[in-house]
Design a protein around this ligand. Sequence first.
Ligand SMILES: [Zn+2]
Length: 510
Amino acid sequence: MRKALWLAMVSAALVPACGGNDLLAVDATSDDGLAISEKAVSLIQQRGGQLGMDGNDSVRQRSRFVDEQGQEHVRFERLYRGLPVLGGDFIVHTGAREDESITALLASSLTISQRPRLTPSEAEYAAHKTFDAARSVQQGSKLLVYALPAEPEPRLAYEVISTGVKEDGTPSILHTFIDADSGRHLDAYDEIETGAAAGTGRGIHNGAVSLNTNLNGTKYELLEVAHGSSQTLNMGNSTSGSGVLYSKTSNDWGDGTAANTESAAVDAHYGASKTWDYYQNVHGRNGIAGDGKGANSRVHYGSKYNNAYWTDSCFCMTYGDGDGTQLRPLVSLDVAGHEMSHGVTSRTAALVYSGESGGLNEATSDIFGTAVEFYAANASDPGDYLIGEKIMIGGKGFLRNMKDPTADGVSLDNYAKFKRSTDVHYSSGIANLFFYLLSEGGTKASVTVTGIGRAKAEKIWYKALTAYMTSGTTFKAARTATLSATKDLYGATGAEYAAVGKAWTAVGVN
Ligand SMILES: [Zn+2]
């Protein structure tokens, strides 16, 4: 999804002395649909001059994320008179005043003629002469400013894209940069050489999706390089071993049916990818362990296996196919987010998986599994407060219901009902309902809570988990932990703090 938003503003630093109405146009685009960072834009207004920017330059927001320390990092592309500047991208770091800064490789003003001597077809001919094998060139090459440090001065250049096949059979998409005045070969890179590839697939639950795959020689693999090389592996109905990496010559996977063994892999690979993106983009967490290392997904575990689980020792998820009468393959988004969040918990609060801390551990996975489902915004599996609604056949149509935990007949909605022997998947209902009420509001046990929205509730739970919960945290201690997190994030006198207290009271935790 591409959202364009034009913000035009007068900038003291960027407006030349002679003109009063030069505007810095900021076109914010984001695959995640994130709004433009006004703080970052204001910093560009103040300090853009130090990067040599003036009325000829504009910027485009590419991505933004907030790290665990609360500092936001916003990436921008630089444009010169509307032309992309290759090498002109920079990062604006916002936060406390002393942390505000801009990281940029290019810090000089650009004075480049926009009138090339070469036509696009002349540039394509010049590029063709540099090829060492048969390639087909995409017609209509585009102009840009080449400002990578390989050249001493920024140059007006054509980017010529050609496709071909390397000697070993590996496909190649070559980007060649030709000086738009002299026809000189400036640079070239192959976008396939990095390994990262863009595949497509059809999942059982998620429908048609794009997949981040890897090209290894002549074969594509369900391996995401940018996510710590997380792999999706086929257990082939076995219950031992680590499985076999999905690998084949085409980059289109599955057909949406469980009969095709790739379809469940599509859902698992997609779910792992979205979960990583959620933690990265919403909480600034680099991977499940926070160290950039990948986590693998194993599908087709056993025969008609009716469960999915996280194992800390292999740092991997395992999914059963379900028996086909009660359960479908357990590879839905919320289940993927749930299982991987167990990995996050194990590397942070390490809540012990029994008693009250066990219920909080399970609730944490339900909370973030739900958050991932909302985050992915997949039309085939839109966000909701149900867990496992895509995998249930018949019955109540879900595994757990965060809005109404008792709807499954076994989960608890109030701490007064908790016993030491309560299964962790049932005591999770207490904190699940807390999270629902905090997000959406409502009345329970005669207590009315005004919701603060899911985004804030997620921030509070994540901060409480990572900064204030420990292995033995009880429900009462979770109340304290979330209040501490809320105080850090939104202050101790606001609506958020009041809502957290009330939501706990509504589930019997005081
Ligand atoms: Zn669980």
